[in-house]
Ligand binder design. Structure first.
Ligand SMILES: [Fe+2]
Length: 501
C-alpha cells in the first residue's frame, strides 16, 4: 500500500463525469495501494471534500454542473486544503494553467499513460509529505514558544491566551474556547478566541451544554464530532451560526478535572484530524500544568499568609486591649470596600491587608506597645516605624505586592500630616485610607488602657470632626451610613457575636 510518513494510506478523490475514466482510475490507483473515492462532478466532489480530507484531488476540468475550476475556487474559499491535480485535454491547457494559478499543484494532459499519472501522483505525495513535515516543525515551534512562556511569564492569563492563539492557528479553527469548572478562580473560567464573527462569549457558553461536555470528557478525555453528532453537546439555545466540526480535550488530571479546551469550525465541515486531536491534547496538558502550578503556588501562599496572620494574632493576644484588633479591622475594611463597590480582587486585598496591617509591630519593643500612660517622644518615633517594618517584612513575597502599599501607608492622614511619607488625599492608596479609618474606628470602639469604649454618638462625631483632616471624607460618609444601617457592629462584644453568627 502507498503510505505517507504518518503511516496512513494516501487518499485520492477522483472527479470525472465519465464513468469509464472514473472506474479505470479507481482500479489502477487502488491496485497501486491508494485509498480511492470517486465523484461524478464538481458538486458531488464538493460534498466529499466537506466531509473528509483527501491527500490528492484528481479532477477533470469540464464537467456539467460545477466544473473543475469552480470546485477548486470553492475549496480555496472555504480553506479546504487539498492538493488538486488537473486532468485536461489539449483544448483546455489554458484553463489548466489558470487552475495552477489558483493553487492546483500539477496537471496531466489527456490521453495519458497510467504510469505517467502514477509518477505525478508520487511527486504530489512527496510534496505533501514535505508540507506535513513543515507543519510538524511549526507545531513544534508553537509548543516551544508555549513552554518558554510558561517558564518566563508569571502572568497565567497571558500564557493561556498564547495557548489559545496557537491552538486556533494550528487547528485551523474558527473559535477556540477554554472553559473551566467554577472552582477555578473566576477570571480564568472562560477564555474565548474567535475569528471575526459577530458572536459573544456568553452566546457561545449558553449554546453549549457545558455539564454534558465536562461529564463526557472526564471519562473519554476527548471528543471529535461533526455534523449531527454535534447535537449531543448543544444546550438547545439558538445560535446565530452553525457549528460544523467540534473538537474538545479534557484539561486536568484523572482525579482532578478542571475543564475543557474546545475548538470549533463554523465555515467548513472538515473534521479535525487525529493529528490535530493529539496536538490539542498536548495544549490541554500544558494548560493542566499551568493550573497545577497555580494550585500549588496558591497552597503555599495560603500557608505563608496563615503563618503571618498567626504571628499578628500571637502579638495582639499578649495584650487584652489589642486582642483581635487586626481581625476586626479586616472585617470592617471588607464591609467598607464592598460598600464602595470595589472590584472583587481589591476587596480581597483590602481584607487581607487588614489582617496584616500591624505586622510591623513585631519589630517594636513590647513595653512601648502596651504602655498605659502614653508614649514618650522617643517611643512614639519608634512606634511610627511599624508600617515600614511591616512593608519590609512582606516585601520578599511578590504575591503580596498589591497589599504592601496599603500596609506601608495605613497611618497616613488625608491632610498629609501622617506617616511615614506624609502623603496627602488621593495620593494615599485607597486601601490604606480604608485601613486608616477602620483602624481608628476599632481603637475608638474597643477598650484601651487609657480609656473605655466610646459611646456610639461620640464615635460618629469623632469621625465627622476628623473628616478631611485625618480621614478621607468619602470614607467617613460611607462609614456613617454603614453605622446608621447597622452594617458595622459597634462594640467589641457585639462584633464577636456578629462574626460568630
Ligand atoms: Fe498601625
Amino acid at each position: 500500500m502507498q503510505y505517507d510518513e504518518m503511516k496512513q494510506p494516501v487518499s485520492i478523490l477522483v472527479v470525472d463525469d465519465e464513468s469509464s475514466i472514473r472506474d479505470l482510475l479507481k482500479e489502477y490507483l487502488s491496485l497501486e495501494g491508494y485509498k480511492v473515492d470517486t465523484a461524478e462532478d464538481g458538486n458531488d466532489a464538493y460534498t466529499y471534500l466537506r466531509k473528509s480530507y483527501y491527500d490528492i484531488v484528481l479532477t477533470d476540468l469540464e464537467m456539467p454542473g460545477m466544473n473543475g475550476i469552480e470546485l477548486l475556487e470553492k475549496a480555496n474559499t472555504e480553506g479546504l486544503n487539498h492538493k488538486f491535480i488537473i486532468l485536461t485535454g489539449f483544448g483546455t491547457v489554458e484553463t489548466a494553467i489558470m487552475a495552477l494559478k489558483l493553487g492546483a499543484i500539477d496537471y496531466i494532459l489527456k490521453p495519458f499513460k497510467l504510469e505517467e499519472l502514477g509518477f505525478i501522483i508520487k511527486k504530489a505525495v512527496h510534496r505533501r509529505r514535505l508540507e506535513e513535515e513543515n507543519i510538524q516543525l511549526r507545531e513544534a515551534l508553537s509548543l516551544y514558544q508555549i513552554s518558554e512562556a510558561m517558564i518566563l511569564n508569571n502572568n497565567i492569563r497571558a500564557v493561556l491566551d498564547l495557548i489559545l492563539e496557537k491552538a486556533m492557528h494550528e487547528l485551523d479553527a474558527d473559535i477556540v474556547i477554554l472553559s473551566l469548572k467554577e472552582t477555578i478562580s473566576k477570571p480564568l473560567i472562560t477564555r474565548v478566541l474567535k475569528s471575526s464573527m459577530d458572536i459573544t462569549a456568553d452566546e457561545l457558553e449558553s449554546a453549549l451544554n457545558k455539564e454534558k461536555i465536562f461529564k463526557r470528557l472526564e471519562s473519554e478525555r476527548y471528543m471529535n464530532l461533526t455534523g449531527r453528532q454535534i447535537d449531543q453537546i448543544r444546550s438547545g439555545s439558538a445560535m446565530g451560526f452553525d457549528i460544523r466540526s467540534y473538537l474538545s480535550v479534557a484539561v486536568g488530571l484523572r482525579d482532578r478535572f478542571y475543564g475543557a479546551l474546545c475548538a470549533f469550525r463554523v465555515k467548513s465541515d472538515m473534521p479535525f484530524t487525529d493529528a490535530q486531536r493529539k496536538l490539542t491534547t498536548i495544549f490541554g496538558e500544558r494548560i493542566t500544568t499551568l493550573l497545577e502550578v497555580k494550585r500549588s503556588d496558591e497552597g503555599l501562599q495560603h500557608a505563608i499568609i496563615e503563618s503571618i496572620e498567626s504571628l499578628v494574632k500571637a502579638l495582639e493576644a499578649k495584650d487584652p486591649f489589642t486582642k483581635g484588633h487586626s481581625e476586626r479591622v479586616s472585617v470592617y475594611a471588607h464591609i467598607v470596600a464592598e460598600r464602595l463597590k470595589l472590584d472583587a480582587k481589591t476587596v480581597l486585598n483590602v481584607t487581607q491587608a487588614g489582617r496584616l496591617h500591624d505586622i510591623g509591630k513585631i519589630g517594636i519593643r513590647y513595653d512601648a506597645l502596651t504602655k498605659k500612660d502614653g508614649l514618650d517622644k522617643e517611643e512614639y518615633e519608634q512606634f511610627k516605624l511599624h508600617p515600614g517594618i511591616g512593608a519590609n517584612i512582606l516585601k520578599p513575597m511578590s504575591f503580596l505586592a498589591d497589599i504592601i502599599p496599603m500596609i506601608l501607608h495605613h497611618h497616613e492622614r488625608y491632610d498629609g500630616k501622617g506617616y511615614p511619607d506624609g502623603l496627602e488625599g488621593e495620593n494615599i492608596p485607597l486601601g490604606a485610607r480604608i485601613l486608616a479609618i477602620c483602624d481608628s474606628f476599632d481603637v475608638m470602639t474597643s477598650d484601651r488602657p487609657y480609656r473605655s469604649t466610646l459611646p456610639k454618638e461620640k464615635v460618629k462625631s469623632e469621625l465627622r470632626s476628623n473628616s478631611g483632616t485625618q480621614f478621607d471624607p468619602k470614607l467617613v460618609t460611607a462609614m456613617l451610613l454603614l453605622l446608621e444601617e447597622g452594617e458595622i457592629p459597634l462594640m467589641k462584644d457585639t462584633f464577636e457575636t456578629h462574626t460568630k453568627a
